[in-house]
Write a protein that binds this ligand. Structure first.
Ligand SMILES: Nc1ncnc2c1ncn2[C@@H]1O[C@H](COP(=O)(O)OP(=O)(O)OP(=O)(O)O)[C@@H](O)[C@H]1O
Length: 460
């Protein structure tokens, strides 16, 4: 039998008890340390790890009040609140056991020990301590990663009215606990906005955990999100916390929420309603405290209308909604964003002074950017790599000639006057000669419409 790698600490003034503990536990754990007095504990804990501490409640001869043990329990929890202490009480000493649990003990044993009971209790506390440690490690790791990401993603670039509205919305929403649904095409910055909300929220010191629901298979969904206990399925050699648990205290960002099956939607809804998860293979509910931010590029309302997305789930996640504009709806931001990434990649690829020529900017502004900012970012990166001189030229950009503004869909002429004349004729025809309607459709006043009709020789 392989021993568990970890340290069990036993403190009891009775040498016989310590001997029994060593006999039973040594077979199962790599390290069993015993002390007859708790006085050396602070020094020991400073220099050593302890996965489980078994603490007696009385150390002075003839004393049975348990106060000494409680005192030491409090000291241990002060040294490290995450230490798992199992207290030893005399049979029937329920009051002391209750006091000890209140003071932070995980469980209690009554003396004399039954071998099986001692072993099973210590083993289960050991597993608990390990999975908590693992959770803390994961949280610390993601905090570090998030710090890096925030450094990298700190600025959401945009001066357009549309983006100013988004910034205002982020400021207003961030400090609330409201669930947020971010809608927008691919590459419009949904994740960036989700991170910005977390960074400005009261949860910013805790983790921001992202789950790409579009990339999770049906079979992995529950264990990824809710975790699993040891032995829950063939590969579950250790118990593992899911993303909900890891995000607890912080924000959970569920990307591509429009991409999950009906079955996954039902599971998610249950967790959001009950605000607790149950690891796969366990039946113990674990409360979760998360701020939920979801995103999708799909038309979620259409999906609800077509019964492919649950309305009750939508209502759970969309307390507040943010609609991110596509890049072609805020073309005025294109030069700003292009120059932002020019600077980043110029430095990254160690190029000298580099500018974007006016012709190039015109080309970028006129392009329809189906992949939005991500596509612009990659286009700039590529152009910087390929550039030879001090200017990025139109030929440095290979923009896809597809989509709504491709040559196939272009009008026969780009002459502005002819386009205007065609638009007026079409509007009048569609309005069946009603000039008030036609002017409304064109977005101009009736007087302007008359003037333009005279100018282009159009009659009704
Ligand atoms: N306003 C912005 N200013 C600067 N960079 C931006 C902006 N919006 C997005 N980006 C950049 O564009 C890329 C895509 O952004 P992000 O991943 O947030 O988009 P998304 O909408 O979540 O995309 P997807 O739908 O594909 O998941 C990232 O590299 C991000 O840094």
């Amino acid at each position: 039998m392989t021993k568990k790698q970890g340290t069990i600490l036993v403190i009891d003034d009775d040498e016989g008890v310590l001997h029994t503990a060593r006999m039973i536990l040594k077979k199962h754990f790599s390290e069993v340390s015993t002390f007859t007095s708790p006085h050396n504990l602070p020094v020991f804990l400073k220099n050593n790890q302890a996965d489980v501490i078994i603490l007696d409640m009385n150390f002075s001869r003839g004393v049975t009040s348990g106060h000494e043990g409680l005192e030491w329990l409090r000291k241990i929890k002060k040294i490290d609140p995450n230490l798992h202490v199992l207290v030893n009480t005399a049979y029937g000493d329920i009051d002391i056991a209750v006091e000890a649990m209140k003071a932070g003990a995980v469980d209690f044993l009554t003396k004399p020990w039954e071998k099986e009971k001692l072993l099973s209790t210590v083993l289960s506390i050991f597993e608990l301590s390990k999975s908590k440690k693992e959770l803390n490690q994961l949280r610390n790791k993601t905090k570090l990663l998030n710090q890096d990401l925030h450094r990298q993603f700190n600025d959401i670039i945009g001066q357009s009215k549309a983006m100013q509205d988004i910034f205002n919305a982020i400021e207003k929403i961030a400090e609330t606990e409201a669930n947020v649904l971010i809608l927008g095409e691919n590459g419009t910055g949904k994740e960036l906005v989700a991170r910005a909300i977390h960074q400005r929220s009261n949860r910013k010191k805790d983790s921001f955990i992202k789950v790409d629901l579009g990339a999770i298979t049906e079979s992995l969904f529950s264990s990824e999100l809710f975790g699993h206990s040891k032995g829950a399925f063939t590969d579950a050699r250790e118990s593992r916390a899911g993303r909900f648990e890891i995000a607890s205290g912080g924000s959970l960002f569920l990307d591509e929420i429009g991409n999950i099956s009906a079955n996954m939607q039902a599971k998610l809804l249950t967790v959001l309603q009950q605000r607790e998860i149950v690891r796969v293979g366990s039946n113990k509910p674990i409360p979760i405290d998360i701020r939920l931010i979801c995103a999708t590029n799909r038309d979620i309302y259409k999906m609800v209308a077509q019964n492919t997305f649950r309305q009750d789930l939508l209502y759970r996640v969309n307390t507040v909604e943010i609609n991110l504009p596509s890049l072609r709806e805020r073309k005025e931001d294109i030069p700003l964003i292009a120059n932002h990434y020019l600077e980043i990649y110029r430095v990254k690829y160690q190029k000298g002074p580099l500018q974007i020529s006016q012709n190039t900017l015109d080309k970028l502004i006129n392009y329809h950017w189906p992949g939005n900012i991500r596509e612009l970012q990659h286009a700039i990166e590529r152009a910087v790599i390929m550039s030879n001189g001090h200017k990025l030229l139109p030929s440095d950009f290979l923009l896809k000639n597809t989509g709504p503004q491709s040559s196939k869909n272009l009008p026969e002429t780009l002459n502005i006057e002819l386009l205007e004349k065609n638009a007026i004729e079409t509007a009048i025809a569609l309005a069946e000669g009603n000039l008030t309607k036609a002017s409304e459709e064109l977005g101009i006043g009736r007087t302007t419409l008359y003037r333009k009709m005279r100018r282009y020789g159009i009659s009704v």
